[in-house]
Design a protein around this ligand. Sequence first.
Ligand code: FAD
Length: 483
Amino acid sequence: MLMNGQQYVESLKKMRPNVYKWGNLIEDVTTNPATRLHVKSVALSYDAAFDPERAPIFTAKSHLTGERAHRWNTFMGSAEAVVGNAQMKRAQYRMTGTCQGATCAGWTGLNVLWEVTAKMDKDLGTAYHERLKKYFRYVEDHALALAGAITDAKGNRALKPSQQTNKMQNLHVVETLPDGIVISGYKVQICGVAACHEIIVVPGSGYGESEKDFCFAAAVPRDAEGLTCVETRRPSDARDEEEGWDAPEAGNITQAFLLFDKVFVPNDRVFMNGEFKYSGMLIGHFAAIYRAAIGACVAGQGDVMIGAAINMARANGLTQKTFQTTLTQMAVNNEITYGLGLGAIIAGKQQTAGLFVPDALLAHTNKTQVAKLPYENKVMAQDISGGIAETGCFPSYKDFQSPVYGQQLLECLTAGADGESRARAARLVEWLTVGGGIPGCMHGGGSPDGAKLVVKAATKWEALTADAKRIAGITADLSEPKK
Ligand SMILES: Cc1cc2nc3c(=O)[nH]c(=O)nc-3n(C[C@H](O)[C@H](O)[C@H](O)COP(=O)(O)OP(=O)(O)OC[C@H]3O[C@@H](n4cnc5c(N)ncnc54)[C@H](O)[C@@H]3O)c2cc1C
């Protein structure tokens, strides 16, 4: 089924309010200043399904019904489908200037569970795959937006979940009942919760038997009884809580802490319960898909940054040409993460049950660049823009309205363009480079150090030294020196 933006907004309004911010309950996520812009961004993605130009990117053919569905409700069973994921993410950034968590991690989780449930059923004789298939169909039929919750609060990073003094720091199964499971604990930094209908919950890592209670996967409605969501954006990110040109109608990322207190999940929404041996496979496939596509997200934001920096240069009275070398470097950085992600997809492989998984070495290499190049672009965008685009060097919109000094402030701003245009251009660069517009480049999609561990494990070091020895004509033993 396809839903338009307005229908999507209406569907969110029907949900039980359980999202909080500033200590208060948000009665309506579609109108509250803390969340409405993220909802608005996602609504634009829903609308894109009805725009002939964008529909090929924002929709795809359902592998269950053959009908068109929102792309984030469909199965990634080919390289083309995963490339579609990357293309949609870049397009979403170009459209709204922000990340759209409600059409991202949950979708990936759902896809990965397709493969993992099939594998568990084959090896163990469980019956998870049919459930997952039914749920997948439900998601498509209701055109749902899904957040994905992997990251636990964790507690002491040097200890496993079962070793923590407070078990709540990691989401776990408290009780398995005949008709479902009861779960408690914390998932944190989860993107797009306020704008989603449901949350796909999976283990925070690949675990062994001692962590069995933490190895489960489930679909939980965002408004489930016992679940409290706390929005975490700071005021500096929340432009919509300001006024005038301080509050552009650009998208806004939202993040939440999820506090599960004995939430009951019926069996038809449980896709793993204690099968710890498959948690590593789940995380591995998830990371490969996610880290291939994340290069497109940051490239999309880099695209907006380039445009914003050129606008700023012009508003300052300078030409694009003045900064062309820097701008070209920004474009190169964008295409590196985008292209590396596409490369990972092309080098990927279809799995037994049909999921297409990008090449791990390339996908994780991409994550190391995603944690670096967008930051270089931010430095360059600020360099081009001048001090007014850096935080703290710019009066607020309210000050410009002052009958005492507002007009003089506006005169201070007038340069290559009128004061208001220059103010708007500066606010966008500021938001993209030091505000809430910064996507999760460093830790979003996992830490770069974790990605480097995969690069280390997947690189065939001995094969490389053997080739270099042969090319150099070395015949002596050059094994690792003994300590
Ligand atoms: C913008 C944004 C969006 C996000 N969206 C989502 C989302 O939608 N869903 C979701 O599930 N998560 C999401 N996350 C969370 C993200 O996946 C985590 O931030 C990431 O996995 C890192 O975990 P952490 O923040 O707990 O950092 P930590 O685990 O505390 O890591 C901090 C540093 O310590 C290192 N480290 C950690 N443990 C060890 C150890 N035992 N030994 C040695 N070094 C260690 C890490 O490599 C890293 O360098 C998002 C994060 C951001 C920033």
